[in-house]
Design a protein around this ligand. Sequence first.
Ligand SMILES: [Zn+2]
Length: 469
Amino acid sequence: MPEIDWAKEVEARKEDLFSDLFEVLKINSVKDMAHATEEFPVGPGAAEAMLKFLSLAERDGFRTKNLDNLVGYLEYGDSDAEAFGLLGHMDVVPVDDKWTTDPFDPVIKDGKLYARGASDDKGPSMAAYYAVKIIKELGLPISKKIRFIVGTDEESGWACMNHYLELEEMPKIGFSPDAEFPIINGEKAIIGVKTVFPTLDGAGDMKLENFTAGLALNMVPPTADAVVAGAPASIEADFVKFLADNELTGEVKFDGEKATFHVVGVGVHAMDPTVGKNSATFLAAFLNNYSFDATAANFLKVVSEYYHLVHHGEKLGVAFEHPVMGNVTTPANLFKYAADGEKSVILNVRFPEGTDVETIEKQMSEVLNPFGVTVSTEPGGNRKPHYLSGDDPLVKTLLDVYEKHTGLKGFEESIGGGTYGRLLEHGVAYGALFQGRENVMHQPNEYMFVEDIIKSATIYADAIYRLVK
Ligand SMILES: [Zn+2]
C-alpha cells in the first residue's frame, strides 16, 4: 500500500472540520448544576455539546451510544475486536467578562480560532474525530476497534467517566487529546492529607481565636485571616514590615482588644506550589514570633516550621524524586482553626512512582505525632501515580509520529495534574498544545491556531492508524 498523505487528507476535509467544530463551540457547555436534573445530571449544556458530537458521528456512519447524558462514545471497527480508546471532553470552564468576543460565537482572527473550548478540549477532540473519520473513509484495514469516549464533566468531578466505568469496559490502551505535545506519559498521584491539631492546656500573652484560609484542595490559598485576642498595638508596625519584607499585601484591623489579620499571597494551582505564595503559612510564620496560648503556639510552630516554604515535603519526611516524574509536592491548602472547635490543615500531596499513600502517611506521622498532630489521608483522589515508560511501544509510536510531522525532537513529560489518560491502564495524554505555543486553556479569549488544529488532526490520524492497523 502506498504511504498515505495524512496532511493532504486533512486538508481535503478542512472546511467540514471547522464547520463541525463551530457547531460544538457554539454550545455553551459549562457545567451548570443550578439547572441539573435527573435527565441532565451536570446541566443541559454539556450534554447538548456531547450529543451534538455524537450526532456528527452518526451522520458519518459510526455506531454511537449515549450513557444517560453524562458520557457517550462513537465506535468504528469490528465490535468484538480489542478496543483502542480516545478520550476527550465537551464541557468547558466558565467564562468571565474579560472576553473581547462572544466566547460561544467562534471567530477566526489572525489565524487563531477564538472560542471557549477551542483548545480545551473541543478543538483537539474534533481534530481526533476527523482523524478517525479519515481512517474510516479511506477504508483502511484495522485490527482493533476504535472507541472515542466523550465526557461532560472533565473540568470538575469526572462524574462522566465514573459513570462510564460503572456501565462499560474501559479500553486498555489509548490516549486523551487533552493536554500537550509531545506527550504526557506520567501523572502524579493526588491526595488530600489531613493533619488534625490537639487542644493543649496553658495560656499565653495572646489567644488565637480563629485562623482560616483556602478555597479548594487543589489551590494554594490566595488569602488568609486570623483573629487574635490580646494583641498589642505595636504589632501593626511589625506586621506592615513583615508584609513588605515578603512582598505580600494585607492589613490588620483592631476592634477593642481583638485584631483581625488579613494576608494576600499568590494563589496558584497546587501542581506547582513553588510559583505561588501561601498566604496562610506566611501568616502563621508571622504570628509564630509572639507568645500564644499553648494550643495556638503548637499549631503556629508546626505550620511555620514544617509547612511554610516546604514545597516538596522536605521537613515532613516525604521528599522523593523520580527521574522523569519529578518531586513530591506538599502545599498546605485548607486551614480551619477555631479556639473552641476543629483545628486542622489539609495538604494536597502529589507524588510520583516510587512511593505510596501508606508510606507518606507513616512518614508524616513520625514527624508530626510528637506534636500531638494526627495524620490521615482523605478518601478519594487519584491514589496511585500513573506512568508509562519511555520504552513503551505506545509512547514510542506517538513520539515517532510527532517527530515525523513536526521535525522536532520528542521527549517524555510528566505533570502534577490529572488527565483522562490515567483512566486507561495503558494510556497517555497526547496533544494538542504544541511546544512554544501560549497555553490559553481556561483563560479569557481562549484560542487555538487554525494551523495547529489541522496539524494535530494529521498527527492523530497517522498515530491512530499505526496503533490500530
Ligand atoms: Zn481539558
